[in-house]
Design a protein around this ligand. Structure first.
Ligand code: NAD
Length: 288
Protein backbone atom coordinates (compact mmCIF):
# COMPACT_ATOMS: atom_id res chain seq x y z
CA UNK A 1 0.00 0.00 0.00
CA UNK A 2 1.30 3.43 -0.89
CA UNK A 3 1.94 5.97 1.87
CA UNK A 4 -0.14 9.09 2.34
CA UNK A 5 1.81 12.15 1.16
CA UNK A 6 2.54 14.87 3.71
CA UNK A 7 2.62 18.07 1.65
CA UNK A 8 4.00 21.31 3.04
CA UNK A 9 2.11 23.87 0.96
CA UNK A 10 -1.38 23.42 2.45
CA UNK A 11 0.12 23.62 5.94
CA UNK A 12 2.13 26.73 5.02
CA UNK A 13 -0.99 28.32 3.47
CA UNK A 14 -2.94 27.69 6.67
CA UNK A 15 -0.14 29.23 8.75
CA UNK A 16 -0.04 32.29 6.47
CA UNK A 17 -3.79 32.85 6.91
CA UNK A 18 -3.44 32.64 10.71
CA UNK A 19 -0.46 35.01 10.63
CA UNK A 20 -2.38 37.60 8.61
CA UNK A 21 -5.06 37.71 11.33
CA UNK A 22 -2.50 37.86 14.11
CA UNK A 23 -0.57 40.69 12.43
CA UNK A 24 -3.79 42.62 11.82
CA UNK A 25 -4.51 42.29 15.52
CA UNK A 26 -1.01 43.49 16.49
CA UNK A 27 -1.48 46.51 14.22
CA UNK A 28 -4.95 47.39 15.49
CA UNK A 29 -4.58 46.70 19.19
CA UNK A 30 -0.92 47.46 19.79
CA UNK A 31 -0.04 49.77 16.88
CA UNK A 32 2.88 47.46 16.06
CA UNK A 33 3.86 46.25 12.58
CA UNK A 34 6.33 43.35 12.86
CA UNK A 35 9.48 44.07 10.92
CA UNK A 36 12.20 41.75 9.74
CA UNK A 37 15.73 42.95 8.96
CA UNK A 38 17.50 40.74 6.45
CA UNK A 39 21.27 41.07 6.39
CA UNK A 40 22.78 39.94 3.11
CA UNK A 41 26.50 40.06 2.51
CA UNK A 42 26.79 40.30 -1.27
CA UNK A 43 28.32 37.53 -3.34
CA UNK A 44 25.89 34.59 -3.42
CA UNK A 45 23.14 34.83 -6.08
CA UNK A 46 21.15 31.97 -4.52
CA UNK A 47 20.84 33.69 -1.16
CA UNK A 48 19.83 36.91 -2.91
CA UNK A 49 16.97 35.15 -4.66
CA UNK A 50 16.04 33.41 -1.38
CA UNK A 51 15.87 36.84 0.29
CA UNK A 52 13.64 38.02 -2.58
CA UNK A 53 11.22 35.16 -1.91
CA UNK A 54 11.19 35.99 1.80
CA UNK A 55 10.44 39.62 0.98
CA UNK A 56 7.43 38.65 -1.17
CA UNK A 57 6.05 36.31 1.49
CA UNK A 58 6.56 38.93 4.22
CA UNK A 59 4.64 41.50 2.16
CA UNK A 60 1.77 39.01 1.75
CA UNK A 61 1.22 38.72 5.51
CA UNK A 62 1.92 42.36 6.37
CA UNK A 63 5.45 42.06 7.79
CA UNK A 64 7.82 44.88 6.93
CA UNK A 65 10.98 43.48 5.32
CA UNK A 66 14.15 45.59 5.29
CA UNK A 67 16.90 44.22 3.09
CA UNK A 68 20.39 45.38 4.09
CA UNK A 69 22.93 44.53 1.41
CA UNK A 70 26.48 44.78 2.68
CA UNK A 71 29.63 44.64 0.52
CA UNK A 72 31.32 41.25 0.04
CA UNK A 73 34.62 42.57 1.45
CA UNK A 74 33.07 43.62 4.78
CA UNK A 75 35.16 42.59 7.80
CA UNK A 76 33.79 40.30 10.50
CA UNK A 77 33.98 43.12 13.05
CA UNK A 78 32.07 45.55 10.79
CA UNK A 79 29.36 42.90 10.31
CA UNK A 80 29.14 42.37 14.07
CA UNK A 81 28.93 46.17 14.54
CA UNK A 82 26.09 46.32 12.01
CA UNK A 83 24.17 43.63 13.89
CA UNK A 84 24.75 45.50 17.16
CA UNK A 85 23.07 48.54 15.57
CA UNK A 86 19.95 46.67 14.47
CA UNK A 87 19.85 44.81 17.81
CA UNK A 88 19.30 48.24 19.39
CA UNK A 89 16.86 49.50 16.77
CA UNK A 90 13.29 49.42 18.14
CA UNK A 91 11.95 49.37 14.59
CA UNK A 92 13.48 45.94 14.03
CA UNK A 93 11.71 42.91 15.53
CA UNK A 94 13.54 40.12 13.76
CA UNK A 95 17.00 39.64 12.27
CA UNK A 96 17.97 37.10 9.66
CA UNK A 97 21.57 36.75 8.58
CA UNK A 98 21.61 35.22 5.10
CA UNK A 99 24.04 32.35 4.55
CA UNK A 100 26.62 31.68 3.30
CA UNK A 101 28.97 34.40 4.52
CA UNK A 102 32.18 35.08 2.59
CA UNK A 103 35.27 33.00 3.41
CA UNK A 104 37.13 34.31 6.41
CA UNK A 105 33.99 35.25 8.36
CA UNK A 106 33.09 32.90 11.19
CA UNK A 107 29.32 32.56 10.86
CA UNK A 108 28.90 31.15 14.38
CA UNK A 109 30.68 34.17 15.88
CA UNK A 110 28.47 36.59 13.97
CA UNK A 111 25.18 34.72 14.50
CA UNK A 112 25.86 34.51 18.23
CA UNK A 113 25.69 38.30 18.49
CA UNK A 114 22.06 38.50 17.31
CA UNK A 115 19.78 39.60 20.18
CA UNK A 116 18.00 36.55 21.59
CA UNK A 117 14.53 38.07 21.23
CA UNK A 118 15.20 39.05 17.58
CA UNK A 119 16.73 35.70 16.60
CA UNK A 120 13.98 34.59 14.20
CA UNK A 121 16.08 31.73 12.85
CA UNK A 122 16.52 30.34 16.35
CA UNK A 123 20.23 29.87 15.84
CA UNK A 124 21.79 31.71 18.77
CA UNK A 125 23.25 29.64 21.61
CA UNK A 126 20.70 31.28 23.93
CA UNK A 127 17.68 30.07 21.95
CA UNK A 128 19.23 26.64 21.36
CA UNK A 129 19.80 26.43 25.11
CA UNK A 130 16.12 27.08 25.80
CA UNK A 131 15.25 23.99 23.75
CA UNK A 132 17.58 21.92 25.94
CA UNK A 133 15.70 23.23 28.99
CA UNK A 134 12.34 22.25 27.45
CA UNK A 135 11.39 25.95 27.21
CA UNK A 136 11.72 26.70 23.49
CA UNK A 137 10.84 30.19 22.24
CA UNK A 138 12.41 30.83 18.81
CA UNK A 139 13.45 27.59 17.09
CA UNK A 140 15.35 26.85 13.86
CA UNK A 141 12.82 27.09 11.02
CA UNK A 142 13.57 23.87 9.14
CA UNK A 143 13.77 21.75 12.31
CA UNK A 144 10.40 23.11 13.37
CA UNK A 145 9.10 22.45 9.85
CA UNK A 146 10.11 18.79 10.17
CA UNK A 147 8.22 18.53 13.49
CA UNK A 148 5.14 20.17 11.96
CA UNK A 149 5.17 17.55 9.20
CA UNK A 150 5.25 14.75 11.78
CA UNK A 151 2.35 16.43 13.61
CA UNK A 152 0.46 16.75 10.32
CA UNK A 153 0.38 12.94 10.06
CA UNK A 154 -1.84 12.91 13.14
CA UNK A 155 0.18 10.00 14.56
CA UNK A 156 0.59 10.01 18.36
CA UNK A 157 4.27 10.78 18.93
CA UNK A 158 4.38 10.07 22.66
CA UNK A 159 6.87 7.30 23.50
CA UNK A 160 7.43 6.39 19.85
CA UNK A 161 10.87 5.46 18.51
CA UNK A 162 12.26 8.39 16.54
CA UNK A 163 15.42 8.30 14.47
CA UNK A 164 16.92 11.52 13.17
CA UNK A 165 19.62 11.17 10.51
CA UNK A 166 21.87 14.26 10.57
CA UNK A 167 23.21 16.33 13.46
CA UNK A 168 23.61 19.82 12.00
CA UNK A 169 22.97 22.73 14.35
CA UNK A 170 20.12 24.05 12.18
CA UNK A 171 18.19 20.88 11.32
CA UNK A 172 19.03 17.44 12.73
CA UNK A 173 20.17 18.32 16.22
CA UNK A 174 17.39 20.80 17.08
CA UNK A 175 14.76 18.50 15.50
CA UNK A 176 15.90 15.71 17.81
CA UNK A 177 15.96 18.02 20.84
CA UNK A 178 12.48 19.35 20.05
CA UNK A 179 11.16 15.80 19.90
CA UNK A 180 12.65 15.16 23.35
CA UNK A 181 10.35 17.81 24.85
CA UNK A 182 7.99 16.32 27.38
CA UNK A 183 4.98 17.13 25.20
CA UNK A 184 6.31 14.79 22.49
CA UNK A 185 8.46 12.40 24.55
CA UNK A 186 9.79 10.49 21.56
CA UNK A 187 12.53 7.98 22.32
CA UNK A 188 15.17 9.61 20.21
CA UNK A 189 18.21 8.31 18.34
CA UNK A 190 20.47 10.63 16.36
CA UNK A 191 22.51 9.17 13.50
CA UNK A 192 25.40 10.86 11.75
CA UNK A 193 28.53 10.08 9.75
CA UNK A 194 29.88 7.98 12.63
CA UNK A 195 26.73 5.82 12.52
CA UNK A 196 27.15 5.38 8.77
CA UNK A 197 30.74 4.30 9.30
CA UNK A 198 29.68 1.73 11.88
CA UNK A 199 27.28 0.20 9.34
CA UNK A 200 24.37 0.53 11.77
CA UNK A 201 22.32 3.10 9.86
CA UNK A 202 19.87 0.47 8.45
CA UNK A 203 19.30 -0.89 11.98
CA UNK A 204 18.50 2.53 13.49
CA UNK A 205 16.32 3.52 10.55
CA UNK A 206 14.51 0.17 10.62
CA UNK A 207 13.50 0.67 14.26
CA UNK A 208 12.02 4.12 13.71
CA UNK A 209 8.27 4.67 14.01
CA UNK A 210 9.14 8.24 13.04
CA UNK A 211 12.09 9.01 10.79
CA UNK A 212 13.47 12.48 10.09
CA UNK A 213 16.32 12.60 7.58
CA UNK A 214 18.48 15.72 7.09
CA UNK A 215 21.83 14.49 5.82
CA UNK A 216 22.20 16.21 2.45
CA UNK A 217 23.10 12.93 0.78
CA UNK A 218 20.85 11.82 -2.13
CA UNK A 219 18.85 8.67 -1.37
CA UNK A 220 21.15 7.80 1.51
CA UNK A 221 18.29 6.03 3.29
CA UNK A 222 17.24 3.01 1.30
CA UNK A 223 13.53 2.36 1.01
CA UNK A 224 13.87 -1.22 2.22
CA UNK A 225 15.31 -0.01 5.57
CA UNK A 226 12.15 1.95 6.36
CA UNK A 227 9.84 0.45 8.98
CA UNK A 228 6.40 -0.62 7.76
CA UNK A 229 3.73 1.88 8.81
CA UNK A 230 6.18 4.61 9.85
CA UNK A 231 6.15 8.39 9.34
CA UNK A 232 9.02 9.53 7.09
CA UNK A 233 10.03 13.19 6.90
CA UNK A 234 12.73 13.83 4.31
CA UNK A 235 14.36 17.25 4.74
CA UNK A 236 17.08 16.54 2.16
CA UNK A 237 17.27 18.73 -0.91
CA UNK A 238 19.82 17.59 -3.49
CA UNK A 239 20.26 18.43 -7.17
CA UNK A 240 20.97 15.40 -9.33
CA UNK A 241 20.95 15.70 -13.15
CA UNK A 242 18.68 18.73 -13.01
CA UNK A 243 16.23 17.03 -10.66
CA UNK A 244 15.57 17.55 -6.95
CA UNK A 245 16.11 14.40 -4.94
CA UNK A 246 15.66 13.82 -1.22
CA UNK A 247 17.81 11.89 1.24
CA UNK A 248 15.36 8.96 1.21
CA UNK A 249 14.81 6.52 -1.65
CA UNK A 250 11.25 7.76 -2.12
CA UNK A 251 9.80 5.25 -4.60
CA UNK A 252 10.59 2.24 -2.40
CA UNK A 253 10.07 3.98 0.96
CA UNK A 254 6.56 5.12 0.04
CA UNK A 255 5.47 1.48 -0.33
CA UNK A 256 6.48 0.78 3.28
CA UNK A 257 5.76 4.00 5.20
CA UNK A 258 2.26 5.09 6.26
CA UNK A 259 3.09 8.78 5.72
CA UNK A 260 5.94 10.33 3.75
CA UNK A 261 6.97 13.82 2.62
CA UNK A 262 7.68 14.27 -1.09
CA UNK A 263 10.82 16.13 -2.24
CA UNK A 264 10.22 18.78 -3.42
CA UNK A 265 6.93 19.87 -1.83
CA UNK A 266 7.40 18.46 1.68
CA UNK A 267 9.22 20.38 4.38
CA UNK A 268 10.59 23.03 1.98
CA UNK A 269 7.47 25.23 1.63
CA UNK A 270 7.15 25.45 5.42
CA UNK A 271 10.50 27.12 6.08
CA UNK A 272 9.53 30.66 5.02
CA UNK A 273 6.12 30.42 6.73
CA UNK A 274 7.89 29.46 9.97
CA UNK A 275 10.36 32.33 9.56
CA UNK A 276 7.39 34.73 9.37
CA UNK A 277 5.71 33.03 12.31
CA UNK A 278 8.94 33.39 14.29
CA UNK A 279 8.98 37.11 13.42
CA UNK A 280 5.52 37.47 14.96
CA UNK A 281 6.59 35.40 18.00
CA UNK A 282 9.69 37.60 18.38
CA UNK A 283 7.57 40.76 18.20
CA UNK A 284 5.27 39.44 20.92
CA UNK A 285 8.25 38.34 23.06
CA UNK A 286 9.63 41.88 22.88
CA UNK A 287 6.27 43.20 24.11
CA UNK A 288 6.19 40.95 27.21
P1 NAD B 1 24.73 19.60 6.96
O1 NAD B 1 25.63 19.17 5.85
O2 NAD B 1 25.07 20.76 7.79
O3 NAD B 1 24.54 18.37 7.94
C1 NAD B 1 24.32 17.08 7.46
C2 NAD B 1 24.38 16.10 8.61
O4 NAD B 1 24.12 14.81 8.11
C3 NAD B 1 25.72 16.05 9.31
O5 NAD B 1 25.47 16.18 10.68
C4 NAD B 1 26.29 14.68 9.00
O6 NAD B 1 26.85 14.05 10.14
C5 NAD B 1 25.08 13.89 8.56
N1 NAD B 1 25.43 13.01 7.45
C6 NAD B 1 25.97 13.37 6.26
N2 NAD B 1 26.18 12.27 5.50
C7 NAD B 1 25.78 11.21 6.23
C8 NAD B 1 25.77 9.82 6.01
N3 NAD B 1 26.23 9.29 4.88
N4 NAD B 1 25.27 9.04 6.98
C9 NAD B 1 24.80 9.55 8.13
N5 NAD B 1 24.80 10.87 8.41
C10 NAD B 1 25.29 11.68 7.47
O7 NAD B 1 23.28 19.77 6.29
P2 NAD B 1 21.94 20.52 6.80
O8 NAD B 1 22.12 21.96 6.69
O9 NAD B 1 21.50 19.92 8.08
O10 NAD B 1 20.93 20.08 5.65
C11 NAD B 1 20.59 18.72 5.46
C12 NAD B 1 19.74 18.60 4.22
O11 NAD B 1 18.54 19.34 4.41
C13 NAD B 1 20.37 19.16 2.95
O12 NAD B 1 20.01 18.37 1.85
C14 NAD B 1 19.76 20.53 2.82
O13 NAD B 1 19.72 20.98 1.49
C15 NAD B 1 18.38 20.27 3.37
N6 NAD B 1 17.75 21.48 3.90
C16 NAD B 1 16.51 21.78 3.44
C17 NAD B 1 15.88 22.91 3.90
C18 NAD B 1 14.48 23.20 3.42
O14 NAD B 1 13.85 22.35 2.87
N7 NAD B 1 13.95 24.36 3.63
C19 NAD B 1 16.51 23.76 4.82
C20 NAD B 1 17.76 23.40 5.30
C21 NAD B 1 18.37 22.25 4.83
Amino acid sequence: MSAELLKGKPIADGMIEELKKEIENLKEKHKVTPSLASVLVEGDPASKSYAGRQQKSAAKVGIEYQLHELPSDISQQKLIDFIAEINKDDNVNGIILQMPLPDGIDSYRVQSTIAMKKDVEGITPANMGLIVYDRPRLCPCTALGAIKMVEASGVDIYGKDLTVVGRSAIVGRPAALLMLQRKYSATTTICHTGTAKSGKLPEHVGRADILIVAAGSPELVKGEWVKEGSVVVDVGFNWIDGKTVGDVEFEVAKERAAYITPVPGGVGPLTVAILLQNTVEATKWQME
